[in-house]
Design a protein around this ligand. Sequence first.
Ligand SMILES: C=C1C[C@]23C[C@@]1(O)CC[C@H]2[C@]1(C)CCC[C@@](C)(C(=O)O)[C@H]1[C@@H]3C(=O)O
Ligand SMILES: O=C(O)CCC(=O)C(=O)O
Ligand SMILES: [Fe+2]
Length: 399
Amino acid sequence: MVYISNAQDASKLVAAKGGGEADDDAAAVVLDLWQQPKIPAPFVWPRADVALPASSPPTGELDVPVVDLAAALRDAAGMRRAVAQVAAACTSHGFFQVSGHGVPPSLARAALDGAAGFFRLPPAAKQRARRAPGTVTGYTAAHADRFVSNLPWKETLSFGHSHANAASNNSSVADYFSTLGDDFKHLGEVYQEYCEAMEEVTKAIMAVLGESLGVGGGYYREFFEDSSSIMRCNYYPPCPEPERTLGTGPHCDPSALTVLLQDGDVDGLQVLVAGAWRPVRPLPGAFVVNIGDTFMALTNGRYKSCLHRAVVHQEQERRSLAFFLCPREDRVVRPPAGAGERRLYPDFTWADFMRFTQRQYRADTRTLDAFARWLRPPACSGAAPAAGPPTTATQAATV
Ligand SMILES: C=C1C[C@]23C[C@@]1(O)CC[C@H]2[C@]1(C)CCC[C@@](C)(C(=O)O)[C@H]1[C@@H]3C(=O)O
Ligand SMILES: O=C(O)CCC(=O)C(=O)O
Ligand SMILES: [Fe+2]
Protein backbone atom coordinates (compact mmCIF):
# COMPACT_ATOMS: atom_id res chain seq x y z
CA MET A 1 0.00 0.00 0.00
CA VAL A 2 1.38 3.36 -0.96
CA TYR A 3 1.52 5.60 2.09
CA ILE A 4 2.23 9.28 1.89
CA SER A 5 5.10 9.77 4.29
CA ASN A 6 4.96 13.06 6.05
CA ALA A 7 7.29 16.04 5.76
CA GLN A 8 7.58 15.79 2.01
CA ASP A 9 9.44 19.05 1.86
CA ALA A 10 11.45 20.87 -0.74
CA SER A 11 14.76 19.36 0.38
CA LYS A 12 14.43 16.38 -1.96
CA LEU A 13 13.38 18.60 -4.84
CA VAL A 14 16.25 20.96 -4.06
CA ALA A 15 18.50 17.91 -4.37
CA ALA A 16 16.98 17.25 -7.80
CA LYS A 17 17.76 20.85 -8.70
CA GLY A 18 21.35 20.27 -7.60
CA GLY A 19 21.39 22.44 -4.52
CA GLY A 20 19.94 25.84 -3.92
CA GLU A 21 18.30 27.65 -1.07
CA ALA A 22 17.35 24.91 1.40
CA ASP A 23 14.49 27.02 2.66
CA ASP A 24 12.85 27.20 -0.75
CA ASP A 25 9.32 25.98 -0.40
CA ALA A 26 8.24 23.12 -2.62
CA ALA A 27 6.14 25.24 -4.99
CA ALA A 28 8.91 27.75 -5.68
CA VAL A 29 11.34 24.90 -6.32
CA VAL A 30 8.92 23.22 -8.71
CA LEU A 31 8.26 26.41 -10.68
CA ASP A 32 12.03 26.84 -10.99
CA LEU A 33 12.59 23.21 -11.98
CA TRP A 34 9.99 23.56 -14.73
CA GLN A 35 12.26 26.06 -16.52
CA GLN A 36 14.86 23.37 -17.19
CA PRO A 37 15.19 21.95 -20.77
CA LYS A 38 14.82 18.36 -19.52
CA ILE A 39 12.30 17.25 -16.93
CA PRO A 40 13.82 16.47 -13.49
CA ALA A 41 13.72 12.87 -12.22
CA PRO A 42 10.80 13.35 -9.75
CA PHE A 43 8.53 14.16 -12.71
CA VAL A 44 9.42 11.09 -14.78
CA TRP A 45 6.59 8.52 -14.58
CA PRO A 46 6.88 4.75 -15.11
CA ARG A 47 6.62 3.82 -18.74
CA ALA A 48 3.47 1.79 -18.08
CA ASP A 49 1.67 4.96 -16.95
CA VAL A 50 2.75 7.19 -19.81
CA ALA A 51 2.60 4.57 -22.57
CA LEU A 52 1.00 5.84 -25.73
CA PRO A 53 -2.41 4.45 -26.71
CA ALA A 54 -2.21 0.74 -27.40
CA SER A 55 -1.36 0.12 -31.02
CA SER A 56 -4.21 -2.32 -31.46
CA PRO A 57 -7.61 -0.82 -32.40
CA PRO A 58 -9.80 0.70 -31.27
CA THR A 59 -7.91 3.89 -30.60
CA GLY A 60 -8.76 7.47 -31.38
CA GLU A 61 -11.28 9.62 -29.55
CA LEU A 62 -13.77 8.00 -27.20
CA ASP A 63 -17.29 8.54 -28.51
CA VAL A 64 -19.15 9.59 -25.37
CA PRO A 65 -22.89 10.38 -25.52
CA VAL A 66 -24.05 13.98 -25.15
CA VAL A 67 -27.00 14.02 -22.71
CA ASP A 68 -29.43 16.93 -23.09
CA LEU A 69 -30.36 17.69 -19.48
CA ALA A 70 -32.97 20.32 -20.40
CA ALA A 71 -34.82 17.82 -22.61
CA ALA A 72 -34.57 15.13 -19.91
CA LEU A 73 -36.18 17.36 -17.30
CA ARG A 74 -38.74 18.75 -19.77
CA ASP A 75 -40.59 15.65 -20.92
CA ALA A 76 -40.80 11.87 -20.72
CA ALA A 77 -39.30 11.34 -24.16
CA GLY A 78 -36.28 13.45 -23.23
CA MET A 79 -35.84 11.54 -19.97
CA ARG A 80 -36.13 8.18 -21.74
CA ARG A 81 -33.39 9.17 -24.19
CA ALA A 82 -31.15 10.49 -21.40
CA VAL A 83 -31.71 7.36 -19.29
CA ALA A 84 -30.72 5.12 -22.19
CA GLN A 85 -27.58 7.20 -22.85
CA VAL A 86 -26.31 7.30 -19.26
CA ALA A 87 -27.10 3.63 -18.63
CA ALA A 88 -25.01 2.59 -21.63
CA ALA A 89 -22.13 4.92 -20.74
CA CYS A 90 -22.09 4.31 -16.97
CA THR A 91 -22.16 0.52 -17.21
CA SER A 92 -19.12 0.65 -19.51
CA HIS A 93 -16.55 3.48 -19.30
CA GLY A 94 -18.43 5.82 -16.93
CA PHE A 95 -18.07 8.98 -19.08
CA PHE A 96 -20.63 11.15 -20.88
CA GLN A 97 -21.08 14.83 -21.76
CA VAL A 98 -24.00 17.09 -20.84
CA SER A 99 -25.64 19.90 -22.80
CA GLY A 100 -28.78 21.87 -21.87
CA HIS A 101 -27.16 22.39 -18.45
CA GLY A 102 -28.17 26.02 -18.03
CA VAL A 103 -24.67 27.31 -17.21
CA PRO A 104 -24.22 30.63 -19.04
CA PRO A 105 -21.19 30.52 -21.41
CA SER A 106 -20.08 33.84 -19.90
CA LEU A 107 -19.86 32.23 -16.45
CA ALA A 108 -17.87 29.26 -17.77
CA ARG A 109 -15.53 31.69 -19.56
CA ALA A 110 -15.13 33.81 -16.42
CA ALA A 111 -14.25 30.73 -14.37
CA LEU A 112 -11.64 29.62 -16.90
CA ASP A 113 -10.22 33.15 -17.20
CA GLY A 114 -10.14 33.37 -13.40
CA ALA A 115 -8.03 30.22 -13.27
CA ALA A 116 -5.71 31.59 -15.96
CA GLY A 117 -5.28 34.78 -13.95
CA PHE A 118 -4.63 32.94 -10.70
CA PHE A 119 -1.94 30.64 -12.10
CA ARG A 120 -0.21 33.60 -13.77
CA LEU A 121 0.29 35.26 -10.36
CA PRO A 122 3.84 35.39 -8.97
CA PRO A 123 4.73 32.39 -6.72
CA ALA A 124 4.50 34.43 -3.51
CA ALA A 125 0.90 35.43 -4.29
CA LYS A 126 -0.09 31.84 -5.08
CA GLN A 127 1.62 30.68 -1.90
CA ARG A 128 -0.84 32.78 0.09
CA ALA A 129 -3.32 30.06 -0.90
CA ARG A 130 -0.87 27.24 -0.03
CA ARG A 131 -2.60 23.93 0.72
CA ALA A 132 -3.24 23.23 4.39
CA PRO A 133 -1.46 19.93 5.28
CA GLY A 134 -3.78 16.94 5.36
CA THR A 135 -6.54 18.75 3.47
CA VAL A 136 -7.42 19.17 -0.18
CA THR A 137 -7.94 22.94 0.19
CA GLY A 138 -5.49 25.39 -1.34
CA TYR A 139 -2.76 25.79 -3.93
CA THR A 140 -0.11 23.24 -4.80
CA ALA A 141 2.55 22.92 -7.48
CA ALA A 142 2.99 19.32 -8.56
CA HIS A 143 1.87 18.13 -5.09
CA ALA A 144 5.52 18.50 -4.20
CA ASP A 145 4.48 19.13 -0.59
CA ARG A 146 3.01 15.62 -0.49
CA PHE A 147 4.91 13.33 -2.83
CA VAL A 148 8.54 12.93 -3.94
CA SER A 149 8.11 10.87 -7.11
CA ASN A 150 5.67 10.56 -9.99
CA LEU A 151 5.02 14.27 -9.55
CA PRO A 152 2.20 15.52 -11.80
CA TRP A 153 3.07 18.29 -14.26
CA LYS A 154 0.42 20.67 -12.96
CA GLU A 155 -0.48 23.35 -10.48
CA THR A 156 -3.82 23.04 -8.71
CA LEU A 157 -6.11 25.27 -6.65
CA SER A 158 -8.84 23.44 -4.71
CA PHE A 159 -11.56 24.62 -2.35
CA GLY A 160 -14.81 23.40 -0.81
CA HIS A 161 -18.33 24.38 -1.85
CA SER A 162 -21.00 23.96 0.84
CA HIS A 163 -24.24 23.08 -0.89
CA ALA A 164 -27.02 25.61 -0.42
CA ASN A 165 -29.65 24.83 2.14
CA ALA A 166 -32.71 26.63 3.34
CA ALA A 167 -31.15 27.33 6.72
CA SER A 168 -28.31 29.49 5.52
CA ASN A 169 -27.23 31.54 2.55
CA ASN A 170 -23.93 29.75 2.13
CA SER A 171 -21.04 31.69 0.69
CA SER A 172 -18.27 29.22 1.55
CA VAL A 173 -16.37 29.79 -1.69
CA ALA A 174 -16.48 33.58 -1.53
CA ASP A 175 -15.52 33.37 2.15
CA TYR A 176 -12.48 31.20 1.32
CA PHE A 177 -11.18 33.64 -1.25
CA SER A 178 -11.77 36.62 1.03
CA THR A 179 -9.36 35.02 3.51
CA LEU A 180 -6.68 35.29 0.82
CA GLY A 181 -6.96 39.09 0.59
CA ASP A 182 -8.95 41.80 -1.14
CA ASP A 183 -7.28 41.14 -4.50
CA PHE A 184 -8.92 37.69 -4.56
CA LYS A 185 -12.42 39.01 -3.82
CA HIS A 186 -13.57 39.07 -7.44
CA LEU A 187 -12.25 35.55 -8.06
CA GLY A 188 -14.27 34.42 -5.06
CA GLU A 189 -17.43 35.94 -6.50
CA VAL A 190 -16.88 34.19 -9.84
CA TYR A 191 -16.26 30.79 -8.27
CA GLN A 192 -19.11 31.17 -5.77
CA GLU A 193 -21.48 31.65 -8.71
CA TYR A 194 -19.79 28.90 -10.73
CA CYS A 195 -20.00 26.34 -7.89
CA GLU A 196 -23.67 27.17 -7.31
CA ALA A 197 -24.27 26.54 -11.02
CA MET A 198 -22.31 23.26 -10.80
CA GLU A 199 -24.48 22.20 -7.85
CA GLU A 200 -27.60 22.68 -9.97
CA VAL A 201 -26.05 20.72 -12.85
CA THR A 202 -25.26 17.79 -10.53
CA LYS A 203 -28.85 17.80 -9.25
CA ALA A 204 -30.11 17.42 -12.82
CA ILE A 205 -27.57 14.67 -13.54
CA MET A 206 -28.49 12.82 -10.33
CA ALA A 207 -32.17 12.95 -11.33
CA VAL A 208 -31.32 11.24 -14.63
CA LEU A 209 -29.03 8.72 -12.90
CA GLY A 210 -31.74 7.96 -10.31
CA GLU A 211 -34.29 7.28 -13.05
CA SER A 212 -31.80 5.14 -14.98
CA LEU A 213 -31.16 3.03 -11.87
CA GLY A 214 -34.87 2.59 -11.20
CA VAL A 215 -34.84 4.40 -7.85
CA GLY A 216 -36.55 7.54 -9.12
CA GLY A 217 -35.38 11.03 -9.93
CA GLY A 218 -35.45 12.28 -6.34
CA TYR A 219 -33.64 9.35 -4.70
CA TYR A 220 -30.15 10.90 -4.62
CA ARG A 221 -31.28 14.46 -4.00
CA GLU A 222 -31.34 13.97 -0.21
CA PHE A 223 -28.10 11.97 -0.23
CA PHE A 224 -26.16 14.94 -1.62
CA GLU A 225 -27.97 17.63 0.34
CA ASP A 226 -25.96 19.65 2.91
CA SER A 227 -22.72 18.29 1.51
CA SER A 228 -19.45 20.04 0.76
CA SER A 229 -18.24 19.35 -2.74
CA ILE A 230 -14.76 20.08 -4.01
CA MET A 231 -13.85 22.50 -6.77
CA ARG A 232 -10.45 22.08 -8.36
CA CYS A 233 -8.73 24.31 -10.94
CA ASN A 234 -6.00 22.48 -12.87
CA TYR A 235 -3.23 24.27 -14.76
CA TYR A 236 -0.92 22.20 -16.95
CA PRO A 237 2.11 24.21 -18.16
CA PRO A 238 3.86 23.34 -21.44
CA CYS A 239 6.39 20.55 -20.83
CA PRO A 240 9.76 19.96 -22.59
CA GLU A 241 9.31 16.18 -22.57
CA PRO A 242 5.55 15.50 -22.42
CA GLU A 243 5.97 11.83 -23.31
CA ARG A 244 7.88 11.18 -20.04
CA THR A 245 5.43 12.68 -17.55
CA LEU A 246 1.72 13.21 -16.87
CA GLY A 247 -0.43 16.19 -15.88
CA THR A 248 -2.60 13.91 -13.76
CA GLY A 249 -1.67 10.29 -13.31
CA PRO A 250 -3.93 7.30 -13.97
CA HIS A 251 -6.71 7.27 -11.37
CA CYS A 252 -10.36 6.89 -10.62
CA ASP A 253 -12.00 9.85 -8.88
CA PRO A 254 -12.78 8.89 -5.25
CA SER A 255 -15.73 11.33 -5.11
CA ALA A 256 -19.24 10.55 -6.45
CA LEU A 257 -19.43 12.46 -9.73
CA THR A 258 -17.10 14.82 -11.60
CA VAL A 259 -18.23 17.68 -13.88
CA LEU A 260 -15.25 18.83 -15.93
CA LEU A 261 -14.84 21.97 -18.02
CA GLN A 262 -11.86 21.94 -20.38
CA ASP A 263 -10.44 25.19 -21.71
CA GLY A 264 -10.81 25.53 -25.44
CA ASP A 265 -9.77 22.71 -27.73
CA VAL A 266 -6.53 21.74 -25.99
CA ASP A 267 -7.12 18.08 -25.38
CA GLY A 268 -5.62 16.19 -22.46
CA LEU A 269 -8.22 14.00 -20.78
CA GLN A 270 -7.86 10.32 -21.72
CA VAL A 271 -9.94 7.35 -20.52
CA LEU A 272 -8.64 3.76 -20.41
CA VAL A 273 -11.04 1.66 -22.48
CA ALA A 274 -10.22 -1.89 -23.63
CA GLY A 275 -6.53 -1.37 -22.95
CA ALA A 276 -6.21 1.87 -24.92
CA TRP A 277 -6.01 5.45 -23.63
CA ARG A 278 -8.79 7.18 -25.52
CA PRO A 279 -8.93 11.01 -25.71
CA VAL A 280 -12.22 12.66 -24.77
CA ARG A 281 -12.62 15.73 -26.94
CA PRO A 282 -14.85 18.32 -25.28
CA LEU A 283 -17.90 19.48 -27.18
CA PRO A 284 -17.86 23.30 -27.08
CA GLY A 285 -20.35 24.44 -24.43
CA ALA A 286 -20.72 20.96 -22.93
CA PHE A 287 -19.29 19.54 -19.69
CA VAL A 288 -17.61 16.14 -19.43
CA VAL A 289 -19.09 14.03 -16.61
CA ASN A 290 -17.72 10.86 -15.06
CA ILE A 291 -18.80 8.46 -12.33
CA GLY A 292 -16.55 8.37 -9.25
CA ASP A 293 -15.70 5.59 -6.78
CA THR A 294 -18.31 6.71 -4.24
CA PHE A 295 -21.15 6.46 -6.75
CA MET A 296 -19.80 3.13 -8.00
CA ALA A 297 -20.04 1.88 -4.39
CA LEU A 298 -23.53 3.42 -4.06
CA THR A 299 -24.64 1.29 -7.03
CA ASN A 300 -22.75 -1.76 -5.76
CA GLY A 301 -20.51 -1.64 -8.79
CA ARG A 302 -23.27 -1.38 -11.43
CA TYR A 303 -22.09 2.05 -12.64
CA LYS A 304 -18.34 2.20 -13.25
CA SER A 305 -15.75 4.57 -11.92
CA CYS A 306 -13.06 4.27 -14.57
CA LEU A 307 -9.39 5.00 -14.99
CA HIS A 308 -8.49 8.27 -16.63
CA ARG A 309 -5.50 10.60 -16.81
CA ALA A 310 -4.44 13.96 -18.26
CA VAL A 311 -1.51 14.26 -20.66
CA VAL A 312 0.49 17.45 -21.25
CA HIS A 313 1.95 19.13 -24.32
CA GLN A 314 5.27 20.56 -25.43
CA GLU A 315 3.94 23.91 -26.67
CA GLN A 316 0.41 24.30 -25.32
CA GLU A 317 -0.68 25.06 -21.79
CA ARG A 318 -4.01 23.62 -20.68
CA ARG A 319 -6.55 24.39 -18.01
CA SER A 320 -9.46 22.39 -16.68
CA LEU A 321 -12.01 22.95 -13.92
CA ALA A 322 -13.19 19.85 -12.06
CA PHE A 323 -16.21 19.97 -9.77
CA PHE A 324 -16.21 16.87 -7.56
CA LEU A 325 -19.66 16.09 -6.13
CA CYS A 326 -19.32 14.60 -2.64
CA PRO A 327 -21.96 13.29 -0.21
CA ARG A 328 -22.39 14.91 3.19
CA GLU A 329 -19.42 13.70 5.21
CA ASP A 330 -21.40 11.59 7.67
CA ARG A 331 -23.66 9.93 5.08
CA VAL A 332 -23.12 6.16 5.03
CA VAL A 333 -22.34 5.05 1.47
CA ARG A 334 -24.50 1.96 1.08
CA PRO A 335 -26.36 0.73 -2.02
CA PRO A 336 -30.16 0.51 -1.88
CA ALA A 337 -31.74 -2.83 -0.99
CA GLY A 338 -31.89 -5.08 -4.03
CA ALA A 339 -28.75 -3.65 -5.60
CA GLY A 340 -27.24 -7.10 -5.64
CA GLU A 341 -26.92 -9.66 -2.84
CA ARG A 342 -23.15 -9.79 -2.74
CA ARG A 343 -21.81 -6.49 -1.50
CA LEU A 344 -18.69 -5.43 -3.41
CA TYR A 345 -17.68 -2.75 -0.90
CA PRO A 346 -18.17 -2.23 2.85
CA ASP A 347 -20.26 0.61 4.24
CA PHE A 348 -18.16 3.76 4.58
CA THR A 349 -18.52 7.50 5.04
CA TRP A 350 -17.15 10.11 2.67
CA ALA A 351 -15.33 11.68 5.62
CA ASP A 352 -13.31 8.48 6.07
CA PHE A 353 -12.69 8.03 2.36
CA MET A 354 -11.61 11.66 1.97
CA ARG A 355 -9.25 11.46 4.93
CA PHE A 356 -7.82 8.24 3.46
CA THR A 357 -6.91 10.00 0.20
CA GLN A 358 -5.49 13.08 1.92
CA ARG A 359 -3.57 11.49 4.76
CA GLN A 360 -2.90 7.82 4.06
CA TYR A 361 -3.05 6.92 0.40
CA ARG A 362 -2.33 8.64 -2.90
CA ALA A 363 -5.42 8.19 -5.04
CA ASP A 364 -4.49 6.02 -8.01
CA THR A 365 -5.80 3.04 -10.00
CA ARG A 366 -6.91 1.02 -6.98
CA THR A 367 -8.02 3.58 -4.39
CA LEU A 368 -11.44 2.13 -3.52
CA ASP A 369 -10.09 -1.42 -3.17
CA ALA A 370 -7.20 -0.19 -1.03
CA PHE A 371 -9.67 1.79 1.09
CA ALA A 372 -11.96 -1.25 1.49
CA ARG A 373 -8.99 -3.33 2.64
CA TRP A 374 -7.99 -0.54 4.99
CA LEU A 375 -11.46 -0.48 6.53
CA ARG A 376 -12.25 -4.19 6.61
CA PRO A 377 -13.29 -6.91 4.09
CA PRO A 378 -16.85 -6.32 2.85
CA ALA A 379 -19.53 -7.34 5.38
CA CYS A 380 -20.70 -10.65 3.92
CA SER A 381 -23.94 -11.36 5.73
CA GLY A 382 -25.30 -7.88 6.27
CA ALA A 383 -23.62 -7.87 9.67
CA ALA A 384 -23.08 -4.52 11.28
CA PRO A 385 -20.23 -2.67 9.56
CA ALA A 386 -16.87 -3.22 11.09
CA ALA A 387 -15.39 -0.84 13.59
CA GLY A 388 -13.32 2.07 12.29
CA PRO A 389 -10.06 1.61 10.46
CA PRO A 390 -7.11 0.21 12.35
CA THR A 391 -4.67 2.71 13.77
CA THR A 392 -1.28 1.11 13.53
CA ALA A 393 2.23 2.40 13.67
CA THR A 394 2.59 1.79 9.94
CA GLN A 395 0.06 4.43 9.08
CA ALA A 396 1.91 7.51 8.06
CA ALA A 397 1.37 10.69 9.97
CA THR A 398 -0.82 13.17 8.26
CA VAL A 399 0.73 15.44 5.72
C1 LIG B 1 -10.74 13.30 -3.36
C2 LIG B 1 -9.87 13.79 -4.22
C3 LIG B 1 -8.42 13.48 -4.25
C4 LIG B 1 -7.98 14.09 -5.60
C5 LIG B 1 -8.86 15.32 -5.69
C6 LIG B 1 -10.20 14.73 -5.34
O1 LIG B 1 -11.13 15.71 -4.94
C7 LIG B 1 -10.71 13.94 -6.55
C8 LIG B 1 -9.57 13.48 -7.49
C9 LIG B 1 -8.29 13.09 -6.73
C10 LIG B 1 -6.99 13.05 -7.59
C11 LIG B 1 -7.03 14.16 -8.67
C12 LIG B 1 -6.74 11.70 -8.28
C13 LIG B 1 -5.33 11.64 -8.91
C14 LIG B 1 -4.26 11.86 -7.82
C15 LIG B 1 -4.45 13.21 -7.05
C16 LIG B 1 -3.42 13.21 -5.89
C17 LIG B 1 -4.07 14.39 -7.96
O2 LIG B 1 -3.35 14.20 -8.98
O3 LIG B 1 -4.45 15.55 -7.65
C18 LIG B 1 -5.90 13.24 -6.51
C19 LIG B 1 -6.46 14.45 -5.73
C20 LIG B 1 -5.78 14.75 -4.40
O4 LIG B 1 -5.50 15.96 -4.18
O5 LIG B 1 -5.53 13.83 -3.59
O1 LIG C 1 -7.63 17.80 -16.31
C1 LIG C 1 -8.30 16.84 -16.73
O2 LIG C 1 -8.72 16.74 -17.89
C2 LIG C 1 -8.61 15.67 -15.77
C3 LIG C 1 -8.28 16.00 -14.33
C4 LIG C 1 -8.79 14.91 -13.40
O3 LIG C 1 -9.07 13.78 -13.81
C5 LIG C 1 -8.93 15.21 -11.98
O4 LIG C 1 -8.51 16.33 -11.55
O5 LIG C 1 -9.48 14.30 -11.26
FE1 LIG D 1 -10.09 12.60 -12.28
